[in-house]
Design a protein around this ligand. Structure first.
Ligand code: FAD
Length: 391
């Protein structure tokens, strides 16, 4: 006897934990990606080419850029609403969520949190509308997990700053009109707002990526880039500047990865119900059911964790180590789910006709950026033992 199948997220009645307003935002983003992203995403991924500028304006019109920031043309939603939007964006593709995270949680947030009034008025409304795309440049070829080892530096010359160095792996780099660049100075690490048409700035795209292909990733080169005194973010000196921004972006990852995993699991369940081998749908085999059940339980616990962190953030009580728990767990879970779903789809699982291998490849990047799995492990290890194992 068969029963009506439940969606994996119906197992724990999540609907009761989400308000009508939150559900409405989720539905809007879901409809947007169904119309504007899903029909084209495999093509963009295969070509390694995505219409970022066009999408940015559409995302801006929906209020999704800098969504949870107050004022300056931003939507001012709750953190949980922003998280649920990230979930729907990443259910379409991690590259789309990366674009939105970098724009809102890194580039815009850096200006919103550490900028002065003039800088906020100059940049944020245009960035919220998607007319100006931003990038956030911390990582360098030789300094990733250890950003303090960066070599990019800015020196004062009269009232100006002169910036030299290179950054690597910068999302949105080649399509950005403005870059938030972190550099050593005589005063410590400072953040600079760098219009990308400043002489001496270039941003060659990184090619031959096999992950996040529907997202622009670039090198940034600064060759005597001269900036006025007002280019520096006045609100912070030291690595705290970029690290506080990264915590904002991690929050989006906690929810986003649930979206990618959900999309894989929905695909695998549907496939298992219709794919027949040995005269039965493969969903009828106990080994397949075990995979589906393990994944549904993992997905539901990841969702609970995301919602819990959303509520903590909305209450103003979230701590960085809690974001490490969320980033670590939900990225691991999503990657594992994507790989297992790939196995359920058999040979079809390796094609772009289904979203699973694309999500799996994308999640390899998510595993590494916004703090690697290992670095978040050490952050939690330090919290538990009081001993730092970083060096
Ligand atoms: C697609 C993509 C987009 C990105 N976008 C941006 C962006 O927009 N802006 C930006 O600034 N950066 C960006 N990054 C860079 C990303 O943040 C870095 O890749 C990340 O911080 C890791 O640095 P790394 O790649 O140099 O690896 P490494 O730091 O060299 O690490 C290599 C390995 O060693 C491990 N390791 C390092 N130190 C320790 C330790 N103390 N203990 C144990 N293990 C350790 C790491 O966990 C990892 O497994 C992006 C990366 C990717 C892939």
């Amino acid at each position: 006897m068969g029963t009506t199948p439940l969606h994996p997220l119906e197992l724990l009645d999540f609907e009761e934990l989400i308000s009508d307003g939150e559900r409405a935002i989720q539905a809007t983003v879901r409809a947007f990606v169904a119309d504007r992203v899903r029909p084209f995403i495999a093509e963009w991924f295969e070509a390694g080419d995505v219409p970022t500028g066009e999408l940015a304006r559409e995302l801006g019109a929906l209020g999704l850029l800098g969504m949870d920031l107050e004022g300056y043309g931003c939507a001012g939603t709750t953190a949980t609403e922003y998280g649920l939007a990230c979930m729907e964006l990443e259910a379409a593709d991690s590259g789309l969520r990366s674009m939105v995270s970098v724009q809102g949680s890194l580039a815009m947030f850096a200006i919103w949190r550490w900028g002065d009034e003039e800088q906020k008025r100059e940049w944020l409304p245009r960035m919220a509308a998607g007319d100006v795309i931003g990038c956030f440049a911390l990582t360098e070829a030789d300094s990733g997990s250890d950003p303090g080892a960066m070599r990019t530096h800015a020196k004062r010359q009269g009232d100006d700053w002169v910036l030299n160095g290179t950054k690597m792996w910068i999302t949105n780099g080649s399509v950005a009109q403005v870059a938030i660049v972190w550099a050593h100075t005589d005063e410590g690490v400072r953040g600079f707002i760098v219009p990308t048409d400043t002489p001496g700035f270039s941003a060659p795209a990184i090619r031959r990526k096999w992950s996040l292909r529907a997202s622009v990733t670039s090198e940034l080169v600064f060759d005597d880039v001269r900036l006025p005194a007002r280019a520096v973010l006045p609100g912070v000196t030291g690595l705290k500047g970029p690290l506080v921004c990264l915590n904002e972006a991690r929050f989006g990852v906690v929810f986003g990865t649930v979206g990618a995993a959900r999309d894989c699991l929905e695909t695998a369940i549907e496939y298992a119900q219709s794919r027949v081998q040995f005269d039965r749908p493969i969903a009828a085999f106990q080994l397949t059911q075990r995979k589906l059940v393990d994944m549904a339980v993992q997905l539901d616990t990841a969702m609970l964790l995301a919602l819990h962190l959303g509520r903590l953030k909305d209450a103003g009580r979230i701590r960085p180590v809690q974001l490490s728990v969320g980033k670590l767990n939900n990225t691991r879970v999503a990657l594992e789910i994507a790989r297992t779903c790939r196995s359920i789809l058999g040979a079809n699982g390796i094609t772009l006709d289904y979203p699973v291998i694309r999500h799996a490849n994308n999640l390899e990047s998510v595993y590494t950026y916004e703090g690697t799995d290992e670095i978040h492990t050490l952050v939690i290890g330090e919290a538990l033992t009081g001993i730092s194992a970083f060096r």
